[in-house]
Design a protein around this ligand. Structure first.
Ligand code: AMP
Ligand code: ZN
Length: 203
């Protein structure tokens, strides 16, 4: 699925990667560059790296990634449970730090059911969803519907079943097409400008 935060550009032509079943778009690997970019890194250690989201979809938006090359949720097994807990702990620590400087912020922590970017990444995002980079229905629904899978749910699934298998095509991708609804009072809005205008009343 070619849904990207970097949607201002559709990216260079698809490149066939030797040995891979399909094609991988170079733009989808850009998080790996940001993981090494001192301007993007917020904190890092042997296990995880926290970076700023380059196209924040709220006032505050970070990504926590493992140092280990884990491609996505499907690659997880029970041996990764401690790592996922650590990623959540790191995300909460960043959020606490931001909250200590700005009153009234609430954060959520989770994974897109079908991410556009490579390397497993957990979103740490403030619930205002107030950002010029949040431009369209896909962006909005990817953070306000169950397409955003809470980190605690991923951890429970992995704990209980030993894997994180989501019915992306059948259940999750259709959520991106749902009508636009305010995430606070759930009223339906006709378009993004109306929605953006509406959510100001909740700030
Ligand atoms: P997703 O793959 O849908 O879970 O989200 C990928 C996230 O990566 C989006 O929130 C983008 O704004 C963000 N993003 C895209 N390119 C970069 C980059 N080069 N560095 C940091 N974040 C990025
Ligand atoms: Zn509302």
């Amino acid at each position: 699925m070619k849904r990207s935060g970097a949607s201002s550009s559709s990216g260079p032509p698809l490149k066939k990667v030797a040995g891979s079943a399909g094609a991988i778009a170079p733009w989808s690997m850009k998080l790996l560059d940001s993981m090494k970019d001192p301007k993007m890194i917020v904190r890092s250690d042997d296990l995880t790296v926290t970076i700023k989201d380059a196209y924040p979809k709220a006032k505050h938006h970070y990504l926590v990634l493992p140092q280990e090359n884990i491609s996505n949720l499907r690659a997880l097994n029970r041996a990764h449970l401690n790592l996922l807990e650590k990623m959540l702990k790191d995300g909460k620590a960043i959020a606490e730090n931001v909250k200590s400087k700005e009153e009234g912020l609430v954060f959520k922590y989770g994974y897109h059911a079908s991410p556009s970017m490579a390397r497993l990444h957990m979103h740490v995002i403030s619930k205002d969803l107030d950002s010029p980079c949040l431009k369209n229905k896909k962006h909005w629904n990817s953070f306000t519907t169950d397409f955003f899978v809470e980190a605690t749910k991923v951890i429970s699934l992995l704990h209980e079943t030993g894997k994180v298998e989501l019915d992306v095509k059948g259940v999750y991708e259709p959520l991106l097409k749902l009508p636009l609804k305010c995430h606070v009072c759930h009223v339906e809005l006709k378009n993004m400008p109306k929605l953006k205008d509406h959510i100001k009343r909740h700030m």
